[in-house]
Design a protein around this ligand. Structure first.
Ligand code: SF4
Length: 312
């Protein structure tokens, strides 16, 4: 990036040879959400999370469901000023157990994430990244130092898809997921948006699921969610229910213990079952939690479910 230029993300300027984050403390979409909305189904279920984003993104997804934020610069989006201290104070006041860096890509406002997450941890509040996973090995240790949970998109299992529809590459995303699951204490769940005709073949789902099991094991919850026509892909129809159900069936038959469906009314696809005795452990509505039948993560049959069930 040259002097006085702004990077691809739209929010980082080169000023006199130093990179300057223009969205530090410029918050958009500040709201209290159920944690299920991130989606995180095995992380403090039933709790509230204070969520916010900023502007810009390091990817250029043609199907972005938040494109008004992800394609905006700080001058062209309605934002409010909020320092890390004010955000943490608000989370405490609202009784939120965690803060989520979400809506657009939090990696691009890394300094803001680091300062806020550090302060939140000092006050006993957990931190959540909702991310595309596109981050360099050099940056990730700093960004994730105070992060407790992450939902990472794996948007497809095809480099062609990533190149054509996100202006990025798949390998860095895979590398981040493997690092988070195998080398950190961050609780991880994965999400794939199923887009008709783009990433919904049986073959691709089988390869995706096979890679997850091979590199991350079968205990990382996987969410398949519905695409709605948006941004530059308004000509593609909504994901048919059959595609979601097929993806879930393939993932379950391949051995993934917890496979969920998002952005759709599907009681079974929202429910956490014991992988051993099949008892219904957590029932959920559209994006909130109903009954929880777990004793600190343990089913009545004695099986311990992976996740973060209570604040330690
Ligand atoms: S990574 Fe997420 S926020 Fe960024 S363009 Fe893609 S879908 Fe939108």
């Amino acid at each position: 990036m040259r002097h006085n230029q702004t990077g691809y993300c739209g929010v980082r300027d080169n000023i006199d040879g130093g990179l300057f984050l223009t969205t530090y403390s410029k918050v958009t979409g500040l709201a209290v959400d159920p944690i299920e909305k991130k989606p995180l189904y095995h992380f403090l279920p039933g709790s509230n999370v204070l969520s916010f984003g900023t502007a810009g993104c390091n990817l250029g997804c043609k199907f972005c469901q938040n494109w008004e934020m992800s394609t905006a610069s700080v001058d062209h989006i309605r934002s409010q000023d909020a320092t890390p201290e004010q955000i943490v104070a608000l989370a405490l006041k609202k009784g939120c157990k965690s803060i989520a860096y979400t809506y657009n890509e939090p990696t691009i406002f890394a300094e803001f994430v680091i300062d806020t997450s550090k302060l939140a941890r000092e006050h006993g509040i957990k931190n959540v990244m909702v991310t595309n996973g596109y981050i360099t090995p050099e940056a990730r240790s700093d960004v994730y130092e105070f992060i407790d949970a992450a939902n990472v998109d794996i948007k497809s299992f095809s480099e062609t898809f990533y190149h054509k529809l996100t202006a990025a590459h798949i390998e860095p995303v895979k590398t981040t997921i493997e690092w988070l699951v195998n080398k950190t204490d961050v609780w991880v769940e994965l999400t794939t948006l199923i887009i008709p005709g783009q990433n919904d073949t049986e073959d691709e789902i089988e390869h995706l699921v096979g890679w997850i099991i091979d590199k991350c094991g079968n205990r990382v919850p996987l969410h398949f969610s519905v695409f709605h026509p948006a941004h530059k892909m308004n000509d593609i129809p909504r994901t048919p229910d059959e595609s979601l159900l097929l993806a879930r069936k393939i993932a379950i038959e391949s051995g993934i213990r917890h496979v969920y469906l998002g952005n759709v009314h599907d009681t079974t696809g929202h429910t956490t079952f014991c992988p051993v005795c099949k008892h219904k452990l957590i029932s959920r509505g559209w994006m909130n939690t109903g009954r929880i039948d777990l004793d600190n993560g343990m089913c009545s049959c004695g099986e311990v479910l992976d996740g973060v069930w209570e604040i330690d």
